[in-house]
Design a protein around this ligand. Structure first.
Ligand code: GLU
Length: 307
């Protein structure tokens, strides 16, 4: 399972993202990445395959300033494990960066459409389509970032928890979710976004869990805005108190990590197939396979390969 941590506020974002990624490591991952944004619009992206210590080595001596930061640990679903495929993914104009947990089921058709509109792709991931999709909308309409994200997501089929930043709005985080977990933390000097509570608990216990189909706009010194992705209906954030301590969170309330992992198996299986499964209608959709449907139907033999 992959993980997200993001921050916007008064503090330097890097130490929060750095520590946050370490708190998320227990989830398992194959690569990691960080995006930092400064008030003057400078955006620095660092990403690396392998353990987080590889990224840690890479960033030594680099520019780690900025009050806005996004961090991600990836568990590849689309595209090999490589530096290029690690998150954040940046739009081809360099303006928008996205981190994403989940699967964009219709990424292939979105990508084809965006290539027709002269967008360039440099990764093999489904996530990169989001960055170019949002930037495409931005270029045509000059809308605020959150509107570009909201309109773009209406074209997206799949499962996602995303955080988006833009050089053009350097004090802002936009977060959205569907079928992947995401929560917002309220600190004394800024907002946090994370895929689970572990990276937040040392900064705040006041959190709001985003619901499916909601988008949140988080800006330094402004009230949080939560709206519906479909029709912009505003929601009053429901703020709750995290009661757990860090160790409980990391062990999920179990006495031992091994027990936790055993009891997590149904959830892990569910998470693995949820982006491809319509549980209400008992229908499976395998992205990338659809165009070969007829060939499959006529096949005399199917060989399943797994690891
Ligand atoms: N589907 C995305 C990828 O392969 C995100 C995977 C994840 O959830 O870490 O990069």
């Amino acid at each position: 399972m992959c993980g997200i941590i993001a921050y916007v506020g008064e503090r330097d974002a890097y130490p929060i993202i750095d520590k946050g990624i370490l708190r998320l490591e227990y989830r398992g991952y194959d690569s990691s990445g960080i995006g930092l944004l400064k008030a003057d619009g400078t955006m620095n992206i660092y990403k690396k395959k392998g353990k987080y210590k590889e990224l840690d080595k890479l960033v030594r001596g680099k520019d780690l300033n900025g009050n806005v930061g996004i961090g991600h640990i990836r568990w590849a679903t689309h595209g090999e494990v490589s530096d290029q495929n690690a998150h954040p993914h940046v739009s081809d104009d360099g303006n928008i960066a996205v981190i994403h947990n989940g699967i964009i089921e219709n990424y292939h058709s979105l990508r084809t459409e965006l290539i027709k509109r002269d967008h360039q792709f440099v990764s093999g991931t489904d996530t990169e389509v989001l960055a170019n999709l949002f930037s495409d909308i931005r270029k045509k309409n000059q809308l605020p970032l959150e509107e570009c994200v909201r309109i773009g997501l209406q074209e997206v089929i799949g499962a996602y928890a995303i955080v988006v930043i833009s050089k053009e709005e350097p004090n802002k985080l936009v977060a959205a979710k569907l079928s992947s977990s995401m929560l917002i933390g309220y600190g004394e000097d800024g907002y946090f976004v994370a895929s689970d509570p572990a990276p937040l608990i040392e900064y705040t216990r006041k959190v709001t869990y985003l619901e499916d189909n909601q988008i949140a706009i988080l800006e330094k010194d402004k009230d949080i805005i939560i709206k519906s992705i479909t029709d912009n209906t505003p929601y009053t954030p429901y703020i709750e108190e995290l009661k757990h301590n860090l160790e409980d969170l990391e062990k999920g309330g179990f006495d031992h990590f091994m027990l936790k992992e055993i009891f997590e198996q149904p959830r892990a299986l569910y998470d693995s197939i949820r982006g491809r499964t319509d549980f209400e209608n008992f229908k499976i959709t395998l992205g990338g396979v659809k165009e070969y449907e007829n060939a499959f139907k006529q096949a005399k033999r199917l060989i399943f390969v797994a690891c």
